[in-house]
Design a protein around this ligand. Structure first.
Ligand SMILES: *Cc1c(COP(=O)(O)O)cnc(C)c1O
Length: 224
């Protein structure tokens, strides 16, 4: 009889949940993972699934539904905003006024309120998504003007580097920005989520103040 080989996923999740300090939420970054693997992670205690692609998310959502919360962590194109708000409980990657306007419009049509994070391009890398740190406050002020969006904080990827220590200054700057946003007491905002850190960098991110980490490889194994 062959052993159920999704056990490794459950073991990985249990280890991670034990390791993460109280107050740090785990998002299982599930891109390219089929529903049975995502289910294994859920059975071991994952409560939040992160998805990068709307189509893939829709397929997984159809099987798994509302037993977990769904977090969008990919780049959101405006023409996918409608579908996104049908599935997701939070959008972590708002990075333009246009996208925030579109999300607000679509939520308004469904009479829905959607929590959002601003994606910060903390490495100021021109080829990457996210707003540069100096543009974050302006976008935050735009978002709080949209009654159907609720600003919960910031998300960043940080530059991909082999050595996670190289990401530390970017995480640190993003945390400072997060504290600054909080200090503004923006009406209607509820600044409480700082999403940073992935498989190779989550320990450094947590040391620098992340309270949400997005982990794929360490849960599901390497992607193709
Ligand atoms: C894939 C992905 C992750 C997880 O990456 P791993 O290195 O596999 O842990 C986290 N955040 C985002 C935005 C991703 O696309």
């Amino acid at each position: 009889m062959s052993k159920n080989n999704l056990d490794y996923i459950k073991e990985n999740v249990r280890q991670l949940l034990q390791e993460l300090p109280p107050g740090v939420e785990l998002v299982a970054a599930a891109k390219q993972q089929p529903p049975d693997k995502i289910m294994a992670a859920i059975e071991a205690g994952v409560k939040i699934i992160g998805e990068n692609y709307i189509q893939e998310a829709a397929a997984a959502f159809e099987v798994i539904g509302h037993q977990v919360s769904w977090s969008f962590i990919g780049h959101l194109q405006k023409n996918k905003a409608k579908k996104a708000i049908e599935i997701f409980d939070i959008i972590e990657t708002v990075d333009s006024r246009e996208l925030s306007q579109e999300l607000n419009k679509r939520c308004s049509a469904l009479n829905k309120l959607i929590p959002v994070l601003i994606e910060v391009n903390s490495g100021r890398e021109p080829q990457k998504f996210g707003v540069w740190p100096e543009k974050v406050e302006g976008l935050a002020r735009e978002i709080i003007g949209h009654p159907h969006l609720r600003l919960y904080g910031l998300m960043t990827m940080g530059p991909f580097e082999g050595n996670p220590e190289e990401a530390r200054p970017y995480f640190r700057e993003t945390k400072q920005l997060y504290d600054y946003l909080k200090s503004l007491n923006l009406p209607g905002a509820e600044i409480k989520i700082l999403s940073m850190g992935m498989t190779n960098s989550y320990r450094v991110a947590i040391e620098e103040g992340a309270n949400r980490v997005r982990i794929g490889t360490k849960i599901f194994g390497p992607r193709d």
